[in-house]
Design a binder for this molecule. Structure first.
Ligand code: HEC
Length: 170
C-alpha cells in the first residue's frame, strides 16, 4: 500500500465510523424508573431539613435515587451508555428512593465516610456538575448529618453496628 491509496481509505474508514456513531444515536439505554414513592424516600423518611435536602439531591441523587436529572450529553451515544452505567451501579449499591430496603445497610452507613474522603461523589461527576463541588462548610455539614442519620461513624439512628468493619479494603 502506498501513500496515495491510503488517504481515500482513511476517508472511507472515517465515514464508516461517523455513520456508525450517527446510527448509535438511535439506540438509547433504558432510563425507565418506577414511580417514586415519598414514603420510601430517604429524605422524606428521615425528615431532612431543606438545606440538607438540597445538598444531598445536588450531590448524590443523580446516581443514588430514581430522581435522576440527566444532562444533555447523557442522550448522546456513547456517553449515554457510560452515564447510565454509573447510575445503574450507583443505585445498586445505595438507592435513596428505596430507603425501606437500604436503611441500615453497610453502604448507607458509609455515606458520610465516602463524602468525607472525597470518594463520593466521583471526581468525574464533580468535574461536570458545579452543584456537586461543595464548600468545606457544606461538606462538613453533610458528613455530620449523614453520620448522625444514616448510621455512620457518629452512630445514630439507622445504624446496624457494622462500624467495626470499616477497615476493610475497597
Ligand atoms: C456519578 C454517579 C454517582 C454520584 C453522584 C454519587 N455516587 Fe456513590 N456510587 C456510585 C457508583 C458507580 C458506586 C459503586 C462503585 C463505587 O463504589 O465506586 C457508588 C458507591 C457508593 C457507596 C458504596 C461504596 C462501597 O464501597 O460500597 C456509597 C456509600 C456511596 N456511593 C455514597 C454516595 C454519596 C453519599 C454520594 C453523594 C455525596 C454519592 N455516592 C454520589 C456513583 C455515584
Amino acid at each position: 500500500m502506498n501513500l496515495e491509496s491510503m488517504r481515500p481509505l482513511f476517508r472511507k474508514v472515517l465515514l464508516v465510523l461517523l455513520g456508525l456513531l450517527l446510527l448509535a444515536q438511535f439506540i438509547q439505554p433504558d432510563r425507565a424508573v418506577p414511580a417514586i414513592d415519598p414514603a420510601r424516600d430517604m429524605l422524606s423518611v428521615t425528615n431532612a431539613p431543606p438545606d440538607i435536602r438540597q445538598l444531598v439531591v445536588g450531590t448524590c441523587y443523580d446516581c443514588h435515587s430514581y430522581a435522576t436529572e440527566y444532562p444533555w450529553y447523557a442522550y448522546v451515544a456513547p456517553m449515554s451508555f457510560i452515564v447510565q452505567d454509573h447510575i445503574n451501579e450507583g443505585r445498586e449499591h445505595l438507592n435513596f428512593s428505596l430507603w425501606d430496603t437500604y436503611a441500615g445497610s453497610e453502604e448507607a452507613g458509609e455515606a458520610g465516610e465516602e463524602l468525607q474522603e472525597g470518594e463520593m461523589p466521583p471526581g468525574y461527576y464533580r468535574l461536570m456538575h458545579g452543584h456537586a463541588r461543595l464548600t468545606d462548610t457544606d461538606k462538613q455539614k453533610l458528613v455530620t448529618w449523614f453520620n448522625a442519620n444514616l448510621g455512620g461513624e457518629g452512630g445514630g439512628a439507622g445504624g446496624n453496628g457494622t462500624e467495626g468493619e470499616e477497615e476493610e479494603a475497597d
